[in-house]
Ligand binder design. Structure first.
Ligand code: ADE
Length: 223
């Protein structure tokens, strides 16, 4: 079973996320275990200080090394991967999510504001991951995104294995349109081919829609 520890200053941001839907069921069923830790637990002063002003000046606050070293040294296990969520990390991709899903133990560190003391990155972190070219106020939601993306690759988490093979990105094409009942709604009817029962024709139609959608929205995926 994949074990995941998330260290954050804002543990309550993950309330709900871990108990709902597919991820909630995956945890319930024992496919993975997730523990969220408040970094302030490892602070030692009266004010539970986890950050301080940057040496050399500048705006914002920087996560202090002491509580983070204490936290990770307590939670880490031999061979675990220690991950820092940051916009200057390597971009999350399906391949990376798959790779993460095959590990035994992941420790996620969520940073905040202007960042974290470089000695944490140098001394503790194995991999830095970004979820995209935009900046969040802290890495907690980024950790949630990475967790959600990797959980789908853990066998048993998604009910139907099929839903993994057909979807966007596994074959570098975006998804085809889906329809459900009723076949006609407010004058809008669904494409005839989907009612035909001809599976070869349906596959052909779906593939054509995928190519169409990908060329208009993400031509970069077609090389
Ligand atoms: N923390 C703030 N922004 C982030 C991003 N885009 N990816 C990962 N961690 C972040």
């Amino acid at each position: 079973m994949l074990r995941i520890d998330i260290i954050t200053l804002f543990p309550r941001m993950l309330d709900g996320f871990l108990t709902e839907s597919i991820l909630g069921r995956g945890i319930e069923a024992g496919h993975l275990s997730v523990d969220v830790h408040d970094l302030r637990k490892w602070t030692t002063d009266k004010h539970r200080t986890a950050d301080d002003r940057p040496f050399g000046g500048g705006a914002g606050m920087v996560l202090k090394p002491e509580p983070v070293f204490a936290a990770i040294e307590q939670l880490q296990t031999p061979g675990c991967r220690r991950i820092y969520l940051t916009p200057d990390g390597i971009p999350l991709s399906p391949a990376l999510a798959l790779d993460l899903s095959k590990q035994k133990h992941l420790v996620f560190l969520s940073g905040h504001y202007e960042g974290i003391d470089q000695r944490i990155r140098d001394g503790l972190i194995d991999q830095e991951i970004s979820i995209g070219d935009y900046v969040l106020t802290n890495g907690t939601l980024a950790a949630a995104v990475v967790l959600d993306a990797l959980a789908r690759f853990i066998p048993g988490v998604l009910g139907e294995e099929k839903s993994l093979t057909h979807e966007s990105f596994t074959n570098k094409l975006l998804d085809f349109p889906q329809y459900t009942r009723p076949a006609e709604f407010r004058g809008m009817s669904i494409p005839e081919v989907l009612l035909s029962g001809n599976h070869a024709e349906i596959e052909k139609w779906r593939h054509a829609r995928q190519v169409e959608k990908t060329s208009s929205v993400r031509p970069d995926l077609l090389n």
